[in-house]
Design a protein around this ligand. Structure first.
Ligand code: TRH
Length: 394
């Protein structure tokens, strides 16, 4: 019986965890959304169940095959040579150009019709992305074509991961002050901390956290900084004067620092929705902060030869229009001198400017969200593309 790939009903995602939680964080969101919103049978191949379990505590370790939230999760270790055409999904996604098992590729080549094979790339606001989005690449030996699929911020890209139920959930949460206070109280926040300016802090270890904490401590505004365990540990430990474990907290001057446990993904969204300002990093928390409709500052994942500075600049040119203080603050936060010159940043000044611009940042956050959501969501865009390619092949 010939399969009809234009009505694709199954999908495989291959995820290699290079670092941290973003790779699996994104793949897990993709997997759930394909199933929940489009009824697709999803198999998620992942090579690191420990990272996965941090963001999704239902995941069991050292299990080859498990079902989590209706997604088949396969522990990807050495399964090459074990694949037949019947194992191949209608749509195959390799995440961030990870090399999927050669045996799976051979099985794909034996399928009739062939699956739609996509390489889902990393997110960037750079202009070249539009020219590369959906470009095909022929396999050198086998009758297979792989397509590059780029998430992005414009209509000529694949858009961003965004669940259809997200807006309603966020609006409901943010309009329920008592519920939000109860959520924060779970982490030990006192009423005074809940009433203060709440900042969540998620960044890489090289961020200049001690300097920012100094500025906050000596400032006028009461600030509560919520830091997930394991983030900026040295700086947080120095501030606390004790180990930065969940529950640890200390007030100095205007600043209270409180260490939070690393929570499951849905609670991390709620944390972003609860705070007045979010410091986020990488790719996935960066996108979630955009959906929170709250001001945010991005710590970008570092790359060789400071390539990430180019990416940061590209994003700020699109996002920080009309909010110069955010642009300057973000560059300095990421180790980038504002005009390419070496600077000894004045963190009090940077913070004062950013703080004063927070109402403008809030308005920008709302407008930006409407702008990027007009491009559709990544999962729907990807499925439409795959089904179109599938109908051409069939
Ligand atoms: O963890 P990251 O640094 O991941 C990075 C980036 O994705 C980067 O682009 C990639 O190349 C590199 O990994 C390999 O930051 P990111 O992308 O924000 O992912 C964090 C994930 O962790 C995200 O899904 C949110 C989730 N999270 C929780 O579930 N609970 C928490 O308490 C926190 C702080 C995060």
């Amino acid at each position: 019986m010939l399969l009809d790939r234009s009505r694709a009903t199954s999908l495989a995602i291959f995820c290699k965890v290079v670092d941290n939680y973003g790779d699996i964080g994104i793949c897990w969101r993709l997997a759930r959304q394909f199933h929940e919103e489009h009824g697709i049978e999803v198999t998620l191949w992942v090579d690191d169940l420990h990272s996965f379990r941090r963001i999704c505590p239902d995941v069991a370790l050292n299990v080859d095959l498990q079902r989590v939230d209706h997604v088949e999760v396969r522990y990807w270790r050495d399964q090459d040579g074990q694949f037949a055409p019947c194992d191949v999904a209608d749509i195959v996604i390799e995440f961030f150009a990870c090399d999927i098992p050669p045996g799976y590729i051979s099985a794909m080549a034996q399928c009739e019709p062939r699956p739609v094979w996509l390489n889902l790339e990393g997110l960037s606001a750079e202009e070249w992305v539009e020219g590369c989005h959906t470009l095909p690449s022929m396999h050198p030996r086998l009758p297979l074509t792989k397509y590059f699929f780029f998430p992005g911020f414009t209509a000529k890209t694949g858009g961003l991961l965004h669940e259809s139920s997200l807006e309603e959930a966020r609006e409901q949460f943010q309009s329920d002050q008592a519920g939000m206070a109860a959520f924060l109280a779970r982490f030990g926040l006192t009423p005074a901390e809940t009433a203060s300016l709440k900042v969540s802090l998620f960044c890489y270890p090289h961020a200049p956290v001690p300097l920012l904490l100094d500025a906050w401590q000596g400032g006028d505004a009461a600030i509560t900084c919520l830091v997930p365990e394991g983030v900026a540990s040295d700086a947080i430990q120095a501030f606390l004067g004790e180990e930065a474990r969940p529950g640890a907290a200390r007030k100095r001057g205007a600043l209270t620092v409180r260490v939070l446990p690393f929570v499951a993904q849905p609670d991390y969204d709620r944390l972003l929705w609860s705070c007045d300002l979010n410091f986020v990093r990488g790719e996935d928390s960066f996108v979630r902060a955009q959906w929170a409709e709250r001001p945010f500052v991005w710590h970008i994942y570092p790359q060789d030869e400071n390539l990430h500075h180019v990416k940061l600049g590209a994003f700020l040119r699109r996002y920080a229009t009309g909010v110069e203080s955010l642009s300057v603050f973000s560059r300095v936060w990421n180790g980038m001198a504002p005009d390419g010159a070496a600077v000894d940043p004045d963190w009090n000044g940077l913070w004062t400017e950013l703080h004063a611009d927070m109402p403008t940042m809030l308005r920008r956050a709302k407008d930006w969200k409407q702008e990027v959501l007009a491009n559709g969501d990544l999962v729907s865009n990807l499925l439409n593309f795959a089904r179109l390619r599938g109908s051409e092949a069939g």
